[in-house]
Design a protein around this ligand. Structure first.
Ligand code: SF4
Length: 818
C-alpha cells in the first residue's frame, strides 16, 4: 500500500505496528526530485546514509548522470526500507552550485584557484620543510566521522608510519570518544555490545541523554512501531528537554545539567538495595561489585534529588522500571557524552547492565551510541588516536603486530605516550609546536568550543592549514590550501554504523569539476611523500577502495573488529553485515558478549584503563593484578559538581545540541531546501517560567552570553527545565555576509561562541552541556517567531502559538508498506 506523506511535517512517517519478538515490517520510503518519474531512473546504486550514525541503507536514483532521489532498502537489517528526513532530502546538497570544484591556494592573503599539482606540491614541500626543521611532531591531522573506512585506514598509516606523528585525531573526539572510552573501561575494549535488533525484544528501553527521535529518527520509528504493537516496551527518558521520547516515556527525568553521575548512582543504589542484582552473572563475568556497593551506599534517591533537582519519587520509579525489566536495552548519547563526568556517567550505565546481567541476549544490551555515520571506522581504523584494530598502544606486542602488518619497525609507530587528542592538538597549534594542521571533512571553526579562540588559532600566520572539504566552510576560509573533496554518491567505500553494521556505498555519479575522493587525495600525498616500508617498498600498497578494504582486512584479522569475512562483493546486493565477520561468524555477529567478556584479558585488552575521576592511566602490571582473568570491570565513581555553576552574572545553565533537520554545521543540510526551511536560523530555548520572569516571549530577539562570547537568536518558549537554555549548535556563518565568523555587522550566531574549553578527563571529549550563561532582550519580536521546528523537542510550550512546521508539496515522500 502506497501513502504520500509530508516528511517534514511528519518526520517519522506512518506506523507499521509489530509485536514483541516479531520482525520489524518493511516500509520502503522513496523520494524523487520534482518531475522525476520512477520509470525515468536509469540506475539504482547501493549506498547508506551519511547524515547520522544509524546506517540507513538506501539506493541512489540516477537520471542522466545526476542524483535524482533515494529509496530505502527493504532487505536491510538496519532500516527495513525506512529513511529519515535527512536521508530523504540531504542528497540535494551534492549538486549545490557552490561545491568546490578546483583546489585553492592562499596567495597574498587571498584564496585563489590552482591545479592539483600546485596544491599538493605546496602541501608536500611544507611537510618536508617541517619534518626537516622540527620533526614529525610539528604535523597534525584532524579528521572526521564522515569519511569512509578505506580513507581512515589510509590516513592512519600515512600519519603514523609515514610521517610518524603522534597528532592524529577525529572530530569523533566531540562525538563518540566517551562511547569508546566507556566501552574500554568496562569491557577492556571498544566494540558495541548491543544490536538494533534488541529494540524488537526489549521490554524496557532506557534512553540516557539520547534524543533518538531526532538523532536516529529511523530507530525511533522502530520504537514507535513497537509502542503501537502488542506488548509494547516501557520507556525511561533522561533528558532536560521535552523531547518526543520524553512524551512517550513511562518515566521522564529532567535533571539539572552536569549531574548524571549523581542520578545514576541513585539508580544503582536502589537496584542494589532491592537486590535486583544478577549474582550469578556478577560472579561469573565481573569484578568490582563490592566497590560499587560501597560507593553508592549513601546515594539515596533523596540525596540525588537535592543535586539533580528531580523528585526522589521519580528516581524511585525509574529504578523500579530498570530494576524490574526482563530485557533491558539502554542507549546513551550526548546528554551523557558531552556533559560533566562524561565517562564516569557512561560507565555507570554499563554497570547497570552488568549488575542486572543484561547483556548478550536478545533485548538485553547497551548501545553506547555514535553520532556520525562513520565514527565507528575512525575509531577502529586508528584515525582517532588509538591504534588500528583496537590495538593497545601500551602493549609492545600489539605495536609489534601492527608493525608486522605495515612492514615497518615498531619504533616507527609513535607509542611513547598517549595519542594526542583534538583539544590538545589545537592547544599545541596555539602554542606553536604544531605548525601544519591538515583538516579533512570537518569544520572546527563552528564545531569546537570557544570559537573566538579557535579562529585565532587557525588564522595564525605560522600555522599552515590544509582544509579538505566539499564547500568553502568557515574553516576552509581560514586555510592555506583548500582541497575539493568528492562525497557520498561520488565515490565508493564502506562504513560501519553504531551497531557494527558494515555497509557499502557505491559511486553513483561523477564528482563535480576536479573534486577527488578523500582516498585518492591521501594516496596522492603518500606517493608524493614517497613513504617507504622497512624493506624499501611503498608503505601504502593499495590503490583504490577495494584494495584498501582488503588491506584493512589483513589489519583487522584476529582483532575484535574482524572484517576478514567481508568484501565489497559480499556487501553488494544484500543487507549490511555486523562485525566481527570471519570464518567463525561468516554472516556477522548480532551481539558481543553472549558468552562472557571476550577482549578484557591483559594480553588482549585495548587499554589498561583510567581513573574515572582524574583520567590517570593504569599500567599493565596494575591491570594484570586486578583483572587477570579478563572480566568486565564494574568501576564506581563519586559525583563531583560541574566546573562552572550559574551565579548572579550568569544565572542560567546553557546546553547546546541538535535538531532533527540538520547535521553538524549544516554544510549539507543547510543546502537541502526542505531541511533548511524547516529550521533556517539559530534560536534560543527557555522555559515559560524563565521567559516570564524576564518579560520575554516567543520570537523576541535575545542574546545569550558567557565569559567566552555571545550569540543572538530568536526565543522559543518550550517545556525545557527551568534554569536551562538550549541553543542548536549547527549554525555558523557561511550563509551570512560575515563568512567565517562574526563581524561588526553580523553578531554571533554559532552556539560555540559561548562554550568553554573544558573536557572530560578520561575520554577527552569537550563539554558542551554545562556552561553558565546570561540571557537578555535585544529587540521585541514585532511579529517574528523563532525558526525552531514545532515537530521536535523545540515545540512551543503553548500549543498553537506558532504555525506548525510543514514541508508542503516538495516534501512529499512515498511510503510503500506492501
Ligand atoms: S552533531 Fe555531535 S553527536 Fe552528532 S554526529 Fe556531530 S559530533 Fe557527533
Amino acid at each position: 500500500m502506497d501513502a504520500s506523506v509530508d516528511r517534514i511535517a511528519r518526520p517519522w512517517g506512518s506506523r507499521t505496528p509489530y509485536d514483541r519478538h516479531e520482525p520489524w515490517p518493511a516500509r520502503v520510503d522513496t523520494f524523487l526530485a520534482d518531475g522525476v518519474e520512477p520509470g525515468a531512473v536509469t540506475d539504482w546504486v547501493q549506498a547508506a546514509s551519511i547524515l547520522h550514525s544509524d546506517g540507513d541503507a538506501m539506493d541512489i536514483a540516477v537520471v542522466d548522470g545526476r542524483i535524482a532521489g533515494v529509496r530505502g532498502r527493504a532487505g536491510d537489517r538496519v532500516n527495513r526500507g525506512r529513511l529519515g528526513p535527512k536521508d530523504l532530502f540531504g542528497w540535494q546538497a551534492n549538486a549545490s552550485p557552490d561545491r568546490l570544484t578546483r583546489p585553492l591556494i592562499r596567495r597574498d592573503g587571498r584564496l585563489v584557484e590552482c591545479d592539483w599539482d600546485t596544491a599538493m606540491e605546496r602541501i608536500v614541500s611544507r611537510s618536508r620543510e617541517l619534518l626537516a626543521e622540527s620533526g614529525p611532531g610539528s604535523l597534525g591531522f584532524y579528521t572526521s566521522g564522515q569519511l569512509y573506512l578505506e580513507e581512515y585506514y589510509t590516513l592512519a598509516i600515512l600519519a603514523r608510519a609515514g610521517i610518524g606523528t603522534h597528532h592524529l585525531d577525529g572530530n569523533t573526539r566531540l562525538c563518540t570518544a566517551t562511547a569508546a572510552e566507556a566501552l574500554k573501561e568496562s569491557f577492556g575494549c571498544d566494540g558495541q555490545p548491543g544490536s538494533y535488533d534488541d529494540v524488537d525484544h526489549a521490554d524496557t528501553i532506557a534512553l540516557f541523554g539520547h534524543n533518538i527521535a531526532e538523532t536516529q529518527p529511523v530507530q525511533w520509528m522502530r520504537i514507535l512501531d513497537r509502542l503501537a504493537g502488542g506488548d509494547p516496551p516501557r520507556l525511561l527518558c533522561v533528558d532536560p528537554r521535552p523531547t518526543r521520547v520524553a512524551r512517550e516515556a513511562a518515566v521522564h527525568l529532567a535533571p539539572r545539567g552536569g549531574t548524571n553521575v549523581a542520578l545514576l548512582n541513585a539508580l544503582l543504589h536502589e537496584i542494589i538495595r532491592t537486590d535486583r542484582v544478577d549474582h550469578d552473572y556478577l560472579a561469573a563475568h565481573t569484578i568490582g561489585f563490592d566497590e560499587l556497593v560501597s560507593e553508592v551506599a549513601e546515594c539515596t534517591p533523596a540525596w540525588a534529588a537535592g543535586i539533580c533537582d528531580v523528585p526522589a519519587a521519580r528516581i524511585e520509579e525509574a529504578a523500579e522500571l530498570v530494576g524490574t525489566a526482563d530485557r533491558l536495552l539502554s542507549t546513551v548519547l550526548q546528554g551523557v557524552y558531552q556533559s560533566h563526568q562524561a565517562t564516569a556517567a557512561a560507565v555507570q550505565i554499563n554497570n547497570l547492565h552488568l549488575i542486572r546481567g543484561m547483556l548478550g541476549r536478545p533485548g538485553a544490551g547497551v548501545l553506547q551510541m555514535n553520532g556520525q555515520p562513520t565514527a565507528q571506522n575512525t575509531r577502529e581504523c586508528g584515525a582517532d588516536g588509538d591504534l588500528p584494530g583496537f590495538r593497545n598502544w601500551q602493549n609492545d606486542d600489539h605495536v609489534a603486530d601492527l608493525a608486522r602488518v605495515w612492514n615497518v619497525e615498531p619504533e616507527t609507530i609513535p607509542h611513547f605516550a598517549p595519542p594526542t587528542h583534538a583539544m590538545q592538538m589545537f592547544r599545541y597549534a596555539e602554542q606553536g609546536s604544531i605548525r601544519m594542521l591538515w583538516i579533512s571533512g570537518t569544520n572546527p571553526a563552528v564545531s569546537l568550543p570557544e570559537l573566538a579562540r579557535v579562529r585565532a588559532i587557525l588564522g595564525q600566520e605560522r600555522l599552515f592549514v590544509v582544509a579538505q572539504d566539499l564547500f568553502l566552510t568557515e574553516t576552509a576560509q581560514l586555510a592555506d590550501v583548500v582541497l575539493p573533496a568528492a562525497t557520498w554518491g561520488e565515490k565508493t567505500g564502506t562504513f560501519t554504523n553504531a551497531d557494527r553494521t558494515v555497509h557499502l556505498a557505491d559511486k553513483a555519479v561523477e564528482p563535480p569539476g576536479e573534486a577527488r575522493p578523500d582516498l585518492d587525495i591521501f594516496l596522492d600525498y603518500a606517493a608524493r611523500m614517497d613513504f617507504r616500508d622497512k624493506t624499501g617498498g611503498p608503505l601504502v600498497t593499495w590503490h583504490d577502495p577495494e584494495s584498501a578494504f582488503e588491506a584493512w582486512k589483513r589489519c583487522s584479522a584476529g582483532r575484535p573488529c574482524d572484517y576478514t569475512g567481508l568484501s565489497h562483493t559480499k556487501l553488494r546486493g544484500g543487507s549490511g553485515i555486523q562485525w566481527p565477520c570471519n570464518d567463525d561468524a561468516p554472516d556477522g555477529t548480532d551481539r558481543l558478549y553472549t558468552d562472557g567478556i571476550s577482549w578484557a584479558r591483559p594480553d588482549h585488552c585495548e587499554t589498561y584503563g583510567k581513573d574515572l575521576q582524574t583520567g590517570a592511566a593504569t599500567d599493565a602490571d596494575e591491570y594484570r593484578a586486578s583483572n587477570p582473568e579478563g572480566k568486565a570491570m564494574i568501576k564506581a565513581a563519586a559525583y563531583l559538581p560541574p566546573h562552572e555553576a550559574p551565579d548572579d552574572r550568569y544565572p542560567f545553565q546553557l546546553t547546546t545540541g541538535r535538531t532533527l533537520y540538520h547535521f553538524h554545521t549544516r554544510t549539507k543540510t543547510g543546502r537541502a531546501p526542505q531541511l533548511n526551511e524547516a529550521a533556517p536560523d539559530v534560536w534560543v530555548e527557555a522555559s515559560a517560567a524563565d521567559a516570564g520572569a524576564l518579560g520575554l516571549d516567543e520570537g523576541d530577539l535575545v542574546e545569550v552570553s558567557t565569559d567566552r562570547g555571545s550569540l543572538r537568536g530568536r526565543l522559543r518558549v518550550t517545556g525545557i527545565r527551568a534554569g536551562l537554555l538550549f541553543v542548536p549548535f549547527h549554525y555558523g556563518y557561511w550563509d551570512t555576509k560575515a563568512g567565517s565568523g562574526p563581524d561588526g555587522e553580523t553578531p554571533g550566531r554559532a552556539a560555540n561562541e559561548t562554550t568553554v574549553t573544558d573536557w572530560d578527563p578520561v575520554s577527552k571529549q569537550p563539554l558542551f552541556k554545562t556552561a553558565a550563561a546570561a540571557l537578555r532582550l535585544v529587540e521585541r519580536a514585532h511579529g517574528e517567531i523563532a525558526s525552531a521546528p514545532t515537530t521536535t523537542a523545540s515545540a512551543p510550550a503553548r500549543h498553537g502559538s506558532v504555525p506548525d512546521t510543514t514541508g508542503g508539496p516538495s516534501a512529499y515522500v512515498t511510503e510503500d508498506t506492501a
